[in-house]
Design a protein around this ligand. Sequence first.
Ligand code: ZN
Ligand code: FE
Length: 254
Amino acid sequence: MTPLEIDLFPCRSDNFGVLLHDPVTGATASIDAPEEKPIRDALARRGWTLSHIFTTHHHNDHVEANLALKDRFGVTIIGPARETIPGIDRKVDGGDSFDFAGRPVEVILTPGHTAGHICFHLPGERLLFAADTLFALGCGRLFEGTPAQMWQSLEKLAALPEETIVYFGHEYTLSNARFAITVDPDNAALASRVAEIESLRAAGAFTAPTTIGLEKATNPFLRAADPAIRRHLRMEKASDAEVFAEIRARKDRF
Ligand code: ZN
Ligand code: FE
């Protein structure tokens, strides 16, 4: 199969816009719709016509352009069954799968940031769109879920193949990196990644995408089981979900 093409561009102050395009059928999906103009500019630059929006959750910085883009392109909006999404055509839930340009897209339910947040996984292309559940070196704030729910959601993502390429919702990586080293100071892989992120950001480059393997090695929010982190937090006997909750609470105060 001809590989899908991806276009990544900034939206709003720190959101990512992502377009997914099949050169054979012309099918083009926007992962969320944070802002109309940069999405239309990216489509024009590429010469692509929008056919779908895959919505991950109801926050305004992910759905603001849904209706405008639907008006303009007549797109099909596929989004979470458990949330209210402007212009939604097809509601999907965890375990569902749908077709995009002849490829299966699996829906993973990841409550925590919002109660009905979903991620989109294309197993054949080893691609995951994690939006505000998993960031590079971070995870979403718990607006509508408990730490235990978010930990369970992150465990589902961590179980995907390590080579899975992960696109995420926000360029928060530099501040995530500065926090990550405070809970995992002896992690050499993290230290070298922080240096890499600092030079990427200094050059104005994006830190997306990442991979599941890289996050498992360096993202403290996926490393609640790690003995060194537990020792550092003096939580050797706690459950993974409790360690995760402590890391999340420290990040909220950071
Ligand atoms: Zn959000
Ligand atoms: Fe967001």
